[in-house]
Design a protein. Structure first.
Length: 701
């Protein structure tokens, strides 16, 4: 144990290397679940360039990525060639290369440790074979055992600042004489040849290669070609290198070495790096000359990274979504340890969201006056000019005391400019001093533009969403009447996505005088559409039902129908009306195209009330409705609901109702409020909803 590193992560090398060998995967990684955080952190990697993995050093458990999906769903996720881009477009944008991958949860006895990821070349078959699946399973169990034993020994494995690299054993290591002979062999070849490691650095170059590219061998060693040769600064070279690395397929490209010499580069990858063959070439029609005029070239990785971030931010709906996406995906990709997102409200700073700062720091900046600009965020908001502070000394010079207050050592303050005006300020901070290169500043400035557009859309969304919800809430009953002899629970749950409102409604109407309160009416319905018009019509339907409540159920629906057809709103409404006689323990129900209610009898048996369907309200003014009477003895439960509770894509409606009835039966004899919550949880376990949920539970005592 004394020979272990501070993290102890090298203990995970044997099961990972074994899994790589036995599955034939060329690379992989081990992600561990961070304590007290909903984050997966890359702990160990092998066969993959760590620089390319920066966007995935930390992955939020709620991110739409295969890693968290595998852990949340507790299953192996297999992505054959081309499937990544289809199922997970955010990741597919960053690595648009042909490769196959699987992601498997590392679990043991209900304990979730993390995820094992393995990557295969672009020519892998469409499915994993049996031996590969067995090897993956054995690898995950071996990793779980190592993690458990380390924890039991009081030395749990820790994820470091950078992932530990597990080096696969080479087939053989040549002795010095053989290595010298290999170098001499390469020098005698008529073409240039060089070797790149997995990070793209040149580890060997023969004299012919150096002569062809016009650089001394000593200048090439240890450098990346696109960094040391300005005429290779076009992203196409790095793109081809990345393509060869991820697909493990040979590749090539032709480049112009100024002023007029064309060179052909052929790339041959394996698990340790890439061999590059360099020869002279004749320019083919349409061949692309690479510019040598760039002083600060934009890297292919940076371009892909920005594309990923643009894709991520398009999914943000509200301001909190923007904050969560920047914190969960952009911060880890940029190696930032702190985030503050500012807006301006009534001449004062407003913190829209933050990560990596204690409450006292947030309280210091929140609601701080914009003028005078006593903080860098206020200055950036006022001037609209980005500011970079590479060290605490730089920040201390302009804003004394701020480094000590924040506990950070470097800052990038980015104005968020949309539609020609500054809508906010994004502050990214770092635990250690950081020199912001010209390339990094360009990327960060571009990133700020993406965040600004997302933030402006999000604030508009939040404003509309708040207004719409207030309107809908105002039209629903604030509280239901307290009816002696009747237990009641009602729930309304907005849809999980979309900014519009729905027309779902419910109501409970006490009939007769307070002294004669043995009758009550209940209604539930759903107006077609998801907009303000639908919400307004919902209010009119409730009013119409209220006005005629107490009449026979079929007559109530007929009168409401005639009113709606006279108004001609252009929308249709489903509605179910129930008249409960609490003294006789009976209920008469009629429906206008609404979903059938469910009744759970005191013995636990659940039945679907088979009502004549009836015409939707607002279509035919002469429509007739019929009613059906059912027994509702003490202890029985009547469930009225809207389609948001049961509808799922690709699932038959009858099957969904049967599943709901089964859940109602299995719920047992629990308090009515707990039963309502249980029904909502059951709906939440299904796929994301695009419709609101309304439900009403009635139980005579």
């Amino acid at each position: 144990m004394g020979d272990l590193s501070p993290t102890g992560l090298e203990r995970l090398d044997p099961p990972l290397v074994r899994a790589l060998r036995e599955t034939g995967a060329y690379g992989g990684g081990i992600y561990l679940l961070a304590e007290r955080e909903r984050i997966l952190r890359l702990a160990v990697t092998s066969g993959l360039p760590t620089e390319t993995l920066k966007p995935w050093l930390r992955v939020d458990l709620d991110a739409p990525m295969p890693l968290p999906d595998a852990l949340r769903e507790d299953r192996l996720i297999w992505l054959p060639v081309g499937e990544m881009a289809r199922r997970y477009p955010q990741a597919g944008v960053v690595v648009p290369y042909p490769f196959a991958a699987c992601y498997t949860p590392i679990t043991e006895g209900g304990r979730r440790w993390g995820v094992l990821s393995l990557v295969w070349s672009g020519d892998h078959p469409a499915d994993l074979n049996t031996s590969e699946k067995v090897a993956v399973d054995v690898g995950c169990r071996g990793l779980a055992q190592v993690l458990r034993r380390a924890e039991q020994a009081g030395r749990p494995l820790r994820v470091g600042d950078r992932p530990h690299v597990a080096v696969r054993p080479r087939g053989r290591t040549p002795d010095p004489a053989e290595a010298q002979a290999a170098a001499e062999f390469a020098e005698r070849l008529p073409e240039g040849c060089c070797a790149l490691d997995l990070e793209g650095r040149i580890t060997f170059a023969n004299a012919t290669a150096a002569k062809l590219v016009g650089a001394e061998p000593a200048r090439l060693l240890g450098a990346r070609p696109w960094e040391v040769l300005s005429w290779l600064s076009d992203p196409v070279f790095e793109d081809r290198y990345r393509s060869a690395l991820f697909s493990r397929q040979p590749g090539s490209f032709t480049a112009l070495r100024p002023p007029d010499r064309w060179l052909r580069f052929q790339l041959y990858p394996d698990v340790f790096g890439i061999s590059v063959r360099i020869t002279t070439a004749t320019s083919a029609p349409g061949a692309r000359a690479l510019s040598s005029a760039r002083s600060a070239p934009t890297r292919a990785g940076a371009l892909y990274h920005l594309m990923q971030l643009a894709t991520v931010l398009t999914e943000a709906a509200g301001v909190q979504d923007v904050v969560d996406l920047v914190a969960g995906q952009i911060m880890p990709a940029l190696d930032a340890q702190g985030l503050m997102l500012f807006g301006a409200e009534a001449g004062r700073l407003q913190i829209l969201g933050s990560r990596g700062y204690p409450d006292r720091v947030r309280e210091h900046f929140d609601h701080q006056p914009m003028s005078p600009a006593t903080s860098p965020a206020a200055r950036v908001l006022a001037d609209g000019v980005p500011a970079f502070y590479p060290s605490p000394e730089d920040m201390e010079r302009d804003y004394p005391g701020l480094p000590e207050l924040t506990g950070k050592s470097a800052w990038a303050l980015l104005p968020l400019i949309a539609s020609g005006r500054t809508v906010g300020c994004c502050v990214l901070s770092y635990a250690k001093p950081k020199a912001f290169t010209a390339d990094e500043r360009t990327v960060l400035s571009s990133l700020a533009g993406l965040i600004a557009q997302a933030l402006e859309r999000a604030r508009l969304y939040d404003t509309k969403h708040d207004l719409a919800r207030r309107l809908q809430a105002g039209l629903l009953p604030h509280e239901l009447p307290d009816v002696p002899g009747l237990k009641v629970a009602a729930r309304y749950l907005p849809a999980t996505h979309g900014i519009e409102i729905g027309g779902d409604f419910y109501d409970l109407i006490q009939l007769g005088d307070e002294d004669e309160n043995d009758a009550v009416a209940a209604a539930i319905g759903d107006v077609q559409g998801h907009n303000v018009t639908a919400a307004a019509l919902m209010g009119q339907v409730r009013t119409a039902v209220h006005a005629t409540a107490g009449a026979p159920p079929a007559e109530v629906l007929a009168r409401a129908n005639r009113l709606l057809t006279d108004l001609d709103p252009g929308l249709f409404t489903s509605c179910l009306y129930a008249h409960l006689d609490l003294a006789a323990h009976r209920a008469r129900l009629a429906t206008a195209g609404h979903l059938p209610p469910l009744v759970r009898q005191p013995d636990g048996q659940v039945t679907r009330v088979r009502l004549a369907p009836g015409t939707l309200l607002g279509i035919d003014p002469s429509a007739d409705y019929s009613a059906l009477e059912v027994a509702l003895p003490p202890g029985a439960v009547l469930l009225l609901y809207t389609d948001g509770l049961i509808e799922r894509p690709g699932v038959d409606l009858d099957d969904s109702i049967a599943e709901l009835a089964e859940h109602l039966a299995d719920a047992g004899d629990q308090p009515i409020d707990e039963l309502a919550d249980s029904l909502l949880r059951h709906a939440g376990q299904q796929n994301s909803r695009s419709d609101d949920i309304a439900l009403l539970l009635l139980s005579p005592t």
